[in-house]
Design a binder for this molecule. Structure first.
Ligand SMILES: NC(=O)c1ccc[n+]([C@@H]2O[C@H](COP(=O)([O-])OP(=O)(O)OC[C@H]3O[C@@H](n4cnc5c(N)ncnc54)[C@H](O)[C@@H]3O)[C@@H](O)[C@H]2O)c1
Length: 358
């Protein structure tokens, strides 16, 4: 069977996990090239895993005609440009979330994907490939909870990672709490509720570290969203979860409700001693979504081999970015934001000057 030859850009926390999955855990693909701005990262991975090609220039990697697909795990601000370049060079493309940090560039990518209909494009909304989130989707589609009309999501990063995050955020603009963290929940809400956002109101603050204020970002924030079908969404995101990585989702329908990850337990061990009854929590996204990261890459490779398109597409990237952008605008101005009006406004402005929220 043909093996899909992949080149990956970005060898950081997630890039390395994807690289390892491609190199060792998926039989019908090969990790053929690795690329990063840091030569030491390229050298280390190339040597450790015996990878044929290593690059510190993305453009040079795109000239490698042996490759079939490009995997993008660079910081969020580079995704759009790198996706467009890879599509133009004729490759299938997988990009990490978010699609982009600005609406006009996200729309440009949407146009670029449409202009290359024979190439596979997939966005890394891996929760859609997590077993529990997939099981919940089946139950909702089966009518087990009636018509879903409310979704509540918690996306909380461990406090133990806060220093690392602040270092990352100072070096690479992440888009802020709603575009960086809540974006997964916005995608899930659209997926489960089958509708788009209509209005958004978001608030947030810095409660333990002043650096978030300096970055014009929130350490913890919450958004309330009304969807076009009148369904309600409540999205809480934060960087200061004392007990660890906590991703929780509740969906209430007209005939019942379901919850995913209410207690983010690392395993089934419960310790009972003088401190009480204790269960350990996941320490981060790599541990909680290990299976989903592998399954999404398998799906991308199978789509290329079977000449079909993945269910997570560029439109999901554009719509979730729009909602993230609306929440960011609401957080910055204190106003309720009409999401569809914002979309029209952004499209009009994009034709004149790029609109950048700082
Ligand atoms: N799906 C998820 O659950 C999830 C989780 C974490 C991160 N992410 C996304 O993955 C992306 C990477 O995040 P991370 O945490 O791995 O970041 P990171 O900082 O750990 O790694 C970034 C990597 O990109 C390299 N790099 C930086 N600028 C570059 C450039 N211009 N060209 C090529 N390489 C460059 C860095 O040297 C590093 O290897 C981000 O967009 C982030 O939003 C997604």
């Amino acid at each position: 069977m043909k093996k899909i030859k992949v080149g990956i850009v970005g060898l950081g926390r997630l890039g390395r996990q994807h690289a390892e999955n491609i190199a060792f855990r998926i039989p019908n693909c090969e990790l053929t090239a690795v690329c990063s701005v840091l030569k030491e990262e390229v050298d280390e991975v190339q040597k450790q895993w015996n990878i044929p090609y290593g690059y510190t220039s993305y453009n040079e990697m795109l000239e490698n005609k042996e490759l079939d697909a490009i995997f993008i795990a660079s910081p969020s601000g580079f995704h759009c440009e790198q996706i467009k370049q890879a599509l133009t060079a004729g490759f299938h493309v997988f990009s990490e979330k978010p699609l982009g940090l600005y609406m006009e560039e996200a729309i440009e990518v949407q146009e670029a994907v449409s202009a290359h209909p024979n190439q596979v494009f997939m966005l890394g909304f891996m929760r859609r490939y997590d077993r529990s989130y997939m099981a919940a989707k089946k139950k909702i589609d089966n009518g087990d909870i009636g018509e879903p009309m409310f979704i509540r999501c918690y996306g909380l990063d461990p406090a133990a990672q806060m220093d690392n995050f602040l270092k990352f955020a100072k070096a690479n603009y992440s888009g802020g709490l709603f575009l960086d963290m809540s974006i997964h929940d916005f995608d899930l809400a659209r997926w489960y509720l089958g509708t788009e956002a209509k209005e958004a109101w978001a608030i947030g603050g810095s409660y333990s570290r002043s650096e978030f204020d300096e970055l014009n970002d929130a350490e913890t924030g919450a958004a309330m969203v009304r969807f076009e079908n009148n369904a309600i969404g409540i999205f809480v995101a934060g960087r200061n979860s004392a007990h660890g990585y906590h991703i929780e989702t509740e969906i209430i329908g007209t005939k019942g409700s379901l919850r995913i990850g209410t207690i983010p337990e690392r395993n089934q061990v419960v310790v009972m001693n003088e401190t009480g009854v204790v269960q350990e929590c996941y320490d981060g996204f790599l541990e909680r979504f290990e299976q989903a990261y592998l399954s999404e890459v398998e799906e991308f490779i199978n789509c290329i081999l079977e000449d079909r398109k993945p269910s997570v597409n560029v439109n999901d990237g554009v719509e979730s970015t729009l909602l993230g952008y609306a929440c960011k605008a609401s957080f910055e101005t204190g106003n309720l934001v009409n999401v569809q009006d914002l979309s029209i406004q952004l499209n009009e402005k994009a034709e004149d000057t790029p609109l950048l929220l700082t």
